[in-house]
Every structure is written in structure tokens, then in C-alpha cells.
Design a protein around this ligand. Sequence first.
Ligand code: ADP
Length: 189
Amino acid sequence: MTAGPMVIVFLGPPGAGKGTQAARLAADLSLVKISTGDILRDHVARGTELGRKVAPIMERGELVPDELILAIIREELSRMKEVRAIFDGFPRTTRQAEALDELLAELRAPVNATVLLEVPEEELIRRMLKRAELEGRADDNEETIRRRLEVYRQQTQPLIDYYSARGVLKRVDGVGDPGQVYCRIREVI
Ligand code: ADP
């Protein structure tokens, strides 16, 4: 017996805890977590051509061009025999969301659910500044954090309506300890 295709998208502002929660859900549901941020950071760390191109963009807190992101996603999906994926940090623009729908239509695997993690802005900034101390991510400084939040509002927030119109949006309160937040996610997934 096969489990069948399954696609979950994690949506929410930077610092909302998408990566942490997506990893846990992926493990529990036997899905592959695809984090565009992690993939890009890996390229930067390895100094690949792509990494050299995106490093300054990421340091400014801007979005990497859609075409580069979509090439990454196409490659990740092409590696799967059956699509069972959780996307973390993708899609981030309407163009990316539309392209994902097209790719998934070809693979006959629609987006089953979109989890929107909601966290107030002061809490997001607090979390990212704390993460800066622990992990030293180049884009976790106050100026870049503010820019990332602005980019989120302008370019990614419209996706809330996009997925809401498709009836797949699940709003989850992202404030609390990670275990608590995960329980809330499991109530809707
Ligand atoms: P966060 O959600 O905390 O900002 P991510 O790891 O998801 O962290 O993203 C870090 C950076 O990587 C973004 O600011 C952006 O420059 C780049 N990035 C990641 N995913 C995408 C995407 N889907 N489209 C464009 N840029 C992306």
C-alpha cells in the first residue's frame, strides 16, 4: 500500500517557527521537508555559483529572484517518486504560488493544506534577535529583520488570500512553546 501524494505549505512571517514545526510534522507524516532558505544557505556555505549570487540578496533581507527559486523546487520535486512534501519558506510570492500549482498539477498532487503560523511582530523580532545570538545567521540583525518583515508584508502576505480562496488555509496561533504550537497544528492537520 502506498500513502499517496501529500503536499503541505507552511506560511508565515520570518521568525514564526515554520522550520521547527515543519520538521516535526514532516517526521510524523513521513514527508520530505523542502526549505528554500536552508537550501540557499547551504549553497552560500559551499560557495557555489548560486550561493555567490544569492548571498548579498539574503544579507539585505530581499527575496531571491523567482526563477532561481523555481529551479530549486523543480529539482527537488523531480527527485521524488511520489510527491510527499512540506514546503517551508516557499512559496513567498504569487508568481511562486502559481508556478507551484502548475508543477503540482502535472504531478497530480494538489496542495492539501497551508498552515499559517501567526505571531505578533514584537515577538518575531525578539525571537530572531535571540536566534542571532545562538546561530549567528547573517540576516538576523535588527536592520535586516525589519526589511524581511516588510518584504513579507508586501510580497508574501497576499498568499494568505490566495490559499484562503482555495479553502486550504489553516490559521494556527504560533505563540507558545514549540510543543504547544505543534499540538495546535495537529488539531488542524
Ligand atoms: P526567514 O523566513 O526567517 O526569513 P528563510 O530561511 O525562509 O528565513 O529565508 C531566508 C532568506 O532566503 C530570505 O530572506 C530570502 O532572501 C531567501 N529566500 C528563502 N526562500 C525564498 C523564496 N521562496 N523566495 C525568495 N527568496 C527566498
